[in-house]
Design a protein around this ligand. Structure first.
Ligand SMILES: C[S@@+](CC[C@H](N)C(=O)[O-])C[C@H]1O[C@@H](n2cnc3c(N)ncnc32)[C@H](O)[C@@H]1O
Length: 276
């Protein structure tokens, strides 16, 4: 196979590459076939912007997922309301008896100060108030009415209900997040566009450099991995990548990831890696 790479400058802002694979022609009688197939290729070739020729200031525009709702249309205020309720209960508890001992230093202290600041910014919020209770129920119902909202609500609940245990060091936040379905959260919580943006960026690199190798550090529950692997998939199910090394400092994630991404077993490698 002879590979032709055709560059064309479409305007000042975008450079495009068309990767076109053609078979070497040994017989001149095939000229017509060739020209027919080139014509047909207009309908079958995918044109993609070349990220390596695009100024970094414009890469964001290329990969940014425009399907994500704008922050204004997300019920962030409703989510905040639900969080404030758990934070208020936790602060009340912290300020009782000897409980301040759990927030005396380090990030525990910063965490408590942040909770206090958030509540100070909402002086009218009183979780014991009947109106607040009704508002809370309405907020929860509205958030839960969408799939992506219910994923976030599940995560808020699992953390919120265990905030005391977290302060008392009786439970690990990450463990709770895994129980709250961290993988599903990274895949479908609203406002989560980073994974799709990363996937699109790597996909654009792979469109030009077939057979690339990917190293993921801190792969965790595999939310990013899933999006990247799907973006790298060819029509026949194979991958545009030759190798994908999934790493995390917590070995517990590795076996789960190997299970999850068995479809791409031919290119996957899993190893423990501490980046610090
Ligand atoms: C935000 S989470 C992972 C997000 C991931 N994209 C996902 O979809 O689950 C960050 C991950 O980095 C890992 N991590 C934290 N410190 C690390 C380190 N020093 N080296 C490598 N991985 C680390 C954590 O174990 C965790 O899985």
């Amino acid at each position: 196979m002879e590979e032709k790479l055709r560059d064309c400058e479409s305007d000042d802002h975008h450079s495009m590459h068309l990767m076109q694979a053609t078979k070497p022609q040994s017989d001149s009688s095939m000229t017509n076939d060739r020209s027919n197939s080139l014509e047909a290729s207009c309908f079958t070739q995918s044109w993609r912007p070349d990220v390596q020729l695009t100024p970094s200031s414009q890469v964001k525009d290329l990969v940014y997922d425009r399907s994500v709702q704008s922050p204004e249309s997300l019920p962030m205020d409703l989510l905040e309301y639900v969080c404030l309720s758990y934070m208020s209960q936790t602060l009340t508890w912290l300020e009782q008896g000897d409980n301040l001992q759990y927030a005396r230093s380090g990030h525990w202290k910063l965490y408590m100060q942040w909770i206090r600041r958030c509540l100070d910014e909402h002086p009218s919020f009183d979780s014991k108030d009947l109106v607040a209770e009704a508002n809370l129920k309405a907020a929860r119902d509205e958030i839960a009415s969408s799939e992506s909202g219910s994923v976030v609500l599940t995560m808020i609940d699992v953390i919120g209900k265990n905030l005391r245990q977290i302060f008392m060091r009786e439970t690990e936040t990450l463990q709770l997040m895994v129980e709250g379905d961290l993988h599903r959260f990274y895949r479908s919580a609203f406002g989560i566009s980073a994974n799709r943006n990363i996937a699109e960026f790597i996909g654009l690199l792979a469109d030009k450099n077939q057979g690339l190798s990917v190293l993921e550090i801190g792969g965790g529950s595999g939310g990013t991995t899933y999006n990247v692997l799907e973006r790298l998939r060819n029509a026949d199910g194979t991958s545009k990548a030759a190798k994908y090394r999934f790493t995390d400092v917590s070995p517990g994630f590795l076996a789960k990831a190997a299970d999850k991404f068995s479809r791409d077993a031919a290119i996957m490698e899993f190893s423990k890696w501490n980046s610090s």
